[in-house]
Ligand binder design. Structure first.
Ligand code: MG
Length: 130
């Protein structure tokens, strides 16, 4: 087993607890107030809430992109600080991803292992260049 795959499997083992924690964090800061009523009020309520969560994840990716576009941000890795704007936007993406996958019951760790095992086995992004 390659070192990369060992690290991926170690990360994957941590993800279920991280997903639960992200969901608890979202509840604690009332990130989705009224979501229960929406889910109960409409047959597609859960789909609406999943789509909203995905849109919010995309929004965080857009915020990270804006930080990269901002010429004030130094993109040298040596310049990174845990609390700089770009680092915080990337953390937002991770929190949203963990929360969304937890909401949908996705075992992100198992999916990560399945995806990377396939890639290491020769599958390359559906045949596209990158
Ligand atoms: Mg943000």
């Amino acid at each position: 087993m390659s070192e990369a795959l060992r690290h991926i499997e170690a990360l994957a083992a941590l993800l279920p607890a991280a997903q639960r924690s992200a969901h608890a964090y979202a509840q604690e800061i009332d990130l989705f107030s009224g979501a229960g009523e929406i889910e109960a009020a409409h047959g597609s309520g859960r789909a609406y809430l999943a789509a909203t969560r995905l849109a919010l994840l995309q929004s965080e990716a857009a915020e990270a992109l804006q930080e990269i576009r901002n010429r004030a941000v130094d993109l040298d890795p040596a310049a990174r600080r845990p609390d700089d704007a770009l680092s915080l936007e990337l953390a937002d993406i991770l929190i949203r991803l963990l929360e969304l996958s937890g909401y949908l019951g996705v075992d992100l760790g198992a999916a990560l292992v399945a995806k990377t095992a396939g890639t290491l086995g020769g599958y390359r992004h559906g045949g596209v260049r990158f």
